[in-house]
Design a protein around this ligand. Sequence first.
Ligand SMILES: [Zn+2]
Length: 133
Amino acid sequence: MIGKGSKLYSIFGMKCPKCQETPLFENKNPYKYDKFFAMPRTCPKCGQRFELEPAFYFGAMYVSYGVSVAYLVSVFVAMLVLYPSFSINEYLAIAIGSLVILGPYLFKLCRAIYINFFVSYDPSAIEDFKEED
Ligand SMILES: [Zn+2]
């Protein structure tokens, strides 16, 4: 299910959505802030552009909003099941604290999700790109 060729492989592996062989970010570790935002302009293997249009990744903010709300609801439900007598302050401390810690990872994950909306897996793109050279 999460094998090569699926969207989940590209998203969680943070790889080029077209060939799924090269990393989407220059620095894959979200907790190392050196070159945090840096992405190659194009994929070196298949030639896929990573910024499809100017300011392309503004749209990833909407994905990030949806993912964050889903995460906060999940934490709420998990606390209802595991620790039903929690107070609202405990919920806020755990939910917002963990969201801040997960923030850099979610930032990169949401960019990977967003570009996968628009670019599909195409293994023949590598051969086509080699022929153009
Ligand atoms: Zn590629």
